[in-house]
Unconditional design. Structure first.
Length: 256
């Protein structure tokens, strides 16, 4: 039985160390019938990819896990460790899976892997993923400055795709348009509402754009993001009118 592990390294006061391994399966161990011994025997499952046991110590891609749990009592708990080589490996693995699926299915499109720093704004994480070639996803005005900083540091160039998500408040929209004027050629606004279209269409700049489709709400949660089917159709009509009016505002097949 395959097991998916989450490793928590908790450092407690007075030097008390707690190391806890949790699994998303129903039990940490698979119980099987043993023909000669006790009727129930616990057998440890295979470790997740990248983990290995050497001399009864747990390693992850050559990194000894135990010293991480022996840090000073002054460190806050829990401790989250971001392994940068693993981030690069994950990007490459995702692209590889897509390439294999594309061959098997005959899919004609391409994959764009984008990173949104709202997931983790840590500078080493953002730098590593952008240097690995990912596109960038903005969700607020703050992220525009991240794009400028990343470009100044050489982590991305002005040809890199930058998706513009989130509600397009006026200051956010103005900064996006300014970024396009600064030479970032592949700015892709994803419109959450019809009212977001006009400032881009009237800017005199060219964009590929996307429309965000609203998924169904339920009794527990109302979805406030994106457009319903009627609004999507009206937005597509508006974009078509701008196209016929000589402004290049092209709708790409990106529905979220």
């Amino acid at each position: 039985m395959a097991a998916c592990f989450v490793l928590y390294l908790l450092v407690k006061k007075q030097g008390e160390i707690t190391r806890l391994i949790e699994t998303s399966t129903l039990s940490l161990f698979e119980r099987i019938q043993h023909p000669t011994a006790s009727p129930l025997v616990t057998v440890p499952p295979a470790l997740p990819r990248g983990f290995q046991l050497l001399d009864n110590r747990l390693f992850y891609k050559g990194l000894d896990i135990l010293p991480l749990s022996q840090l000073s009592d002054e460190m806050p708990a829990p401790i989250y460790v971001r392994h940068l080589p693993s981030l690069r490996d994950n990007v490459a693995q995702l692209q590889s899976w897509f390439d294999i699926a594309k061959v098997h299915t005959g899919y004609a499109g391409d994959l764009t892997i984008a990173y949104a720093s709202k997931a983790n704004p840590s500078q080493p994480v953002v730098r590593t993923l952008l240097q690995a070639g990912t596109a960038y996803e903005c969700s607020s005005n703050y992220d525009i400055e991240v794009v400028r900083h990343a470009a100044a540091q050489g982590w991305l160039n002005t040809d890199r795709t930058v998706f513009i998500n989130g509600f397009k408040l006026p200051v956010y929209t103005r900064n996006v348009l300014q970024l396009r004027r600064e030479g970032f050629a592949h700015i892709v606004p994803i419109f959450d509402g019809i009212e977001e279209i006009a400032p881009f269409a009237d800017s005199g700049l060219t964009f590929d754009v996307g429309l965000r489709s609203r998924t169904d709400s339920n009794a527990e949660e109302v979805n406030r993001f994106g457009m319903d089917n009627d609004a999507m159709a009206e937005a597509a009509d508006q974009i078509g009118l701008h196209l016929h009016g000589g402004v290049e505002l092209a709708l790409e097949a990106r529905l979220e």
